[in-house]
Design a protein around this ligand. Structure first.
Ligand SMILES: [Zn+2]
Length: 363
């Protein structure tokens, strides 16, 4: 029985994936006490960002431990509590995608979006940018988010390195064209801009720590041409050339995010795959689970893909629920956690599951 509160050794790589049904957060220990947090979601029991909860359990101070906070894209299921994580990680660089949409661009400029446009996404974003402004006024003038696109080196120490694989230059160009079409004078003459889909702007991440390599797929999808999405990543001659042993499956296992050449060209045979569900769209589907399990050596998901029956309540409440909403299902349930640790030089990883996390069956 392995204790969740045990910290990894200095030479031990860790990838922890959290997801409660809707929501995703990845916590990585590169080694040497250097951690990064990719995306964020809230644990409904503690009402705190799960990454901060986890550092609490490990007895770590995020201000000292966390070197990078990466927001892969501004979708609600990836940014719940992200500003609180950024706030606690006072030494960390905060990384965002260089490709935005118009609404996000307005937030960066400080133009408050019209109220009906505001959602959790924009609010977390506003708070993160206000936080950066606060930090700047208090001590340093050079504080800015790190704007990531393909081939941006995000981190490099003796412990390891982190590199962005997306968004592609074509996706970034589309963002610039979208903004240009809004400019007075240019707008009338600009060719009609092709708008990016939000998942096209997501940051996929390549991590190396010694001989261990991990590919975090974010929500990046295949892309509509060879120069966007995963197609652009695989086609790039500038991407890291090694093969990853660990994969955070892209976009909750959806078919539209599964580029076969990622498996054949960027991953070791039989990699270890982890994913979170997105129960609002019933992702991953049964066929997705089968496809992933057949390609991975082992694969784990943090929670069931379909909404589940809530835990039993007091008998009177239970009776009422059964009468008025017999089919009540939860989209966000208890937090699932898959933790993978690999010692440098060791061949077998240790894999732990907590909460509703489960292993995919080989078809
Ligand atoms: Zn998502």
């Amino acid at each position: 029985m392995i204790n969740i509160r045990n910290r990894p050794a200095a030479d031990e790589f860790e990838l922890s994936l959290f997801g409660p049904g809707v929501g995703e957060c990845v916590v990585v220990h590169l080694g040497q006490g250097e951690w990064l947090v990719v995306d964020s979601c809230i644990d409904r029991e503690t009402r705190k960002p799960v990454a901060l909860d986890y550092f609490d359990k490990l007895g770590l101070n995020p201000a000292e431990a966390v070197r990078l906070v990466i927001v892969t894209h501004w979708h609600d299921d990836h940014i719940g509590g992200a500003s609180a994580v950024a706030k606690a990680a006072t030494r960390a660089d905060i990384v965002c995608s260089a490709a935005l949409n118009c609404k996000e661009f307005q937030t960066v400029l400080g133009v408050t979006a019209v109220p009906y446009m505001r959602g959790a996404g924009v609010d977390e974003m506003t708070q993160i940018f206000e936080l950066l402004l606060d930090r700047r006024s208090s001590n340093r003038l050079d504080i800015t988010p790190v704007w990531a696109k393909a081939h941006t080196r995000l981190y490099q120490t003796v412990a390891g390195s982190v590199e962005a694989l997306s968004p592609s230059d074509a996706t970034f160009s589309r963002f610039l064209q979208e903004i240009a079409s809004l400019l007075p004078g240019v707008g009338a003459t600009a060719r009609r801009a092709v708008k990016n889909t939000p998942n096209e702007t997501a940051i996929a991440i390549w991590i190396e720590a010694g001989e261990i390599r991990a590919l975090l797929g974010s929500d990046l999808e295949k892309g509509d041409t060879g120069v966007t999405g995963w197609q652009a990543v695989v086609n790039s001659t500038r991407r890291p050339q090694g093969r990853a042993r660990l994969l955070k499956v892209a976009h909750h296992g959806s078919d539209g995010a599964d580029e076969p050449r990622v498996w054949s060209d960027m991953l070791e045979p039989q990699p270890l795959a982890v994913l979170t569900p997105f129960r609002r769209s019933w992702l991953p589907r049964e066929t997705d689970l089968e496809r992933i399990a057949s390609q991975a050596g082992q694969a784990f998901c943090t929670a069931l893909p379909r909404p589940t029956r809530p835990a039993r309540r007091a008998p009177t409440v239970e009776k009422l629920v059964r009468r008025v909403a017999p089919d009540l299902r939860e989209v966000v349930g208890p937090m699932g956690h898959v933790r993978i640790r690999i010692k440098r030089g060791a061949s077998t990883p240790s894999i732990e599951r907590r909460g509703p996390a489960f292993q995919l069956r080989h078809p």
